[in-house]
Write a protein that binds this ligand. Sequence first.
Ligand code: GLA
Length: 426
Amino acid sequence: MGPLAAAQLLALISLTVALDNGLLKTPPMGWMAWERFRCDVDCKDDPKNCISEVLFRDIADRLAEDGWKELGYEYVIIDDCWMSMQRDEHGRLQPEPSRFPGGIAKLARYIHDRELKLGIYADMGTHTCMGFPGTTLDKIEIDAQTFASWGVDYLKFDGCSSNPVEQMLGYPLMSKALNATGRPIAYSCSWPVYVGGLPPNVNYSLLGDICHLWRNYNDIQDSWDSVQDIIEWYSNNQDYLQPAAGPGRWNDPDMLIIGNFGLSVDQARSQMALWAIMAAPLIMSNDLRNLGNSARTILQNKVAIAINQDPLGIQGRRLLTEKTHIEVYWRPLSRSASAIVFLSRRTDMPYLYRTSLAKLNYDAGNYEAYDVFNGLTVTGLNATTEFTFSINPSGVVMWYVYPEQQSKQTEKSHYQHEKASHHTVL
Ligand code: GLA
């Protein structure tokens, strides 16, 4: 089939596939295996960390018992390397029996019993990125049905080993096939990554109609360099990406690596803050069985989570890039509130930054600000008031800002501040 015929076919399909099952009105939250556990299939020598049902049950236990679920972290997502190298006699994908002896349906029950949801991974193409069986066009329907029959709640559909024409056909077809199962299944598409992430190669309005979220850019690695590179790419391209997001349709800058080996405490706060501003999925990839207290505190920060999960679902933007290597990010929130992140890209020492809300385009008036990571409330903030504060190298200061008159009635009850807030009058 030529590209033109394929495009016509696609137009026809897309008329009928709007994926409107009401899922993911706010960005998904949960845990995914890939960044931390990769394709470790050595259960003999590494039984606790290999890709097996043991790992996913352990993670489900931690999510259910350590306060994650109540905060919204609900998806347990299997990534690559779960499959057997062969499909079964009916042509269905099957898990590698030595590592998933109970099968996926049983694992799904275990996860559902804990009021969590199960995600799984497949690949539009001949093979997954690690060489396991792929989902070619002729297998899309059977794979969607298999996942639904197992009780899967989320599909990450990768795009290794396929060409752009197959992707153009396959991603909408999978959307249609998932819809046809009748089971509400969140659908994460890696399609943009494989065609450069930007228009004109990527049609973000079509993508928003068929997928709930999509990876746009490179895989995250366990380093601050990688986090910075991702933030930079999303910000440089925000004119294309920011309008594409909204309830039920999210850009996915990839997993949270907080709690692993590559980020300092400040850098971990920076990732959490920027992912909240970007309305990004909060999908951790870490070892919840061995998590340091500072990582836990950052990942469980209620106000950062509330900002990420704001019901308006408007993705934030980078407002300013200063010559001093301070950057300012801003996201509008429901009920006239907003979030500001001041990020230092410096590598020397804490930097004293001076600004005012008026300089950041706020209307005249009086505001209060809750400092998300130190728990202090700043009162008496007129839009024109100049204020100075210190930002650590590769760290952030993150503010939740709201008009002063709201502060007494609604804000306090909506955002249950972790500590009784101390007041600082400027
Ligand atoms: C691709 C994806 C990653 C992960 C791996 C698995 O690189 O982008 O997130 O799923 O494949 O092989």
